[in-house]
Design a protein around this ligand. Structure first.
Ligand code: HEC
Length: 207
């Protein structure tokens, strides 16, 4: 009995040893492989290639490849257009809330007021220092311009005014337009436009 157990143990030890040697060999090969990948011939970014016909190692995208998440098919929201003309209202996904107006005021004050001035008359600090004066937002012509037109001016610029597409994302363009509309209303508002609840306060402060 004792002799057999001994033989069995010896066999197990042998097997274990072989296993160990084998796995080390494989591990070694793994390292070897990785090193080979590291050392293999490869192109540096934008390097020239004599393998591809067009001579460049940078391969074009497979035909039909489209970026995902950048489709921007909502013309109203992304271009201010509806059926090929300037939108006369806000896109559905822009809800006109008090929060949106505050956001619009903040963005307007940062990006527009330097020229258009805080109230929109076009006499901002940059204009006072010599830049071309924009037309006041309170003229009949600009008051009558559709919302989509404002979107287009912010996106593409207008005459001397540069595009603000990079600084102001679409959501914020709409917020700014909402705020400009509020500014325009503020300069033409009548007593009837003032909500009952705030009339006493206004009366006390102005009259
Ligand atoms: C650096 C000054 C400057 C800044 C900043 C600026 N504008 Fe203007 N904007 C102008 C000038 C100047 C014009 C008139 C351009 C011309 O007639 O060549 C103008 C014109 C406009 C017009 C009227 C276009 C028309 O039909 O007359 C709108 C609307 C307008 N800007 C909106 C904005 C909004 C919104 C912002 C902020 C996102 C902004 N602007 C930022 C200078 C500026």
């Amino acid at each position: 009995m004792g002799g057999r157990t001994k033989i069995w143990r010896t066999r197990m030890t042998l097997l274990g040893g072989i296993g160990l040697v084998l796995s080390m060999t494989f591990l070694g090969t793994g390292c070897e492989l990785r090193k080979k990948m590291y050392d293999q011939p490869r192109y540096k970014t934008y390097a020239e290639s004599d393998f591809f016909e067009d001579g460049t190692s940078a391969r074009p995208l497979v035909e039909g490849t489209v970026p995902r998440g950048f489709l921007r098919e909502d013309d109203h929201f992304y271009r201010g257009m509806v059926d090929g003309t300037f939108a006369t209202d806000f896109p559905d996904r822009v809800e006109i809330t008090e929060e949106l107006l505050w956001r619009g005021k903040e963005r307007y004050d940062i990006f527009c007021s330097v020229c258009h001035d805080p109230a929109g008359y076009g006499n901002g600090m940059v204009v006072q220092r010599g830049f071309k004066a924009p037309e006041s937002f309170h003229t009949e012509r600009l008051r009558g311009m559709p919302d989509g037109y404002y979107y287009e001016v912010i996106t593409s610029g207008f005459g001397m005014m540069a595009s603000y597409a990079y600084q102001v994302k679409p959501e914020d363009r709409w917020a700014i337009i909402a705020y400009i509309r509020a500014l325009q209303l503020s300069q033409y508002a009548t007593w009837d436009d003032v909500p009952e609840a705030v009339r006493p306060e206004l009366e006390a402060s102005v009259l």
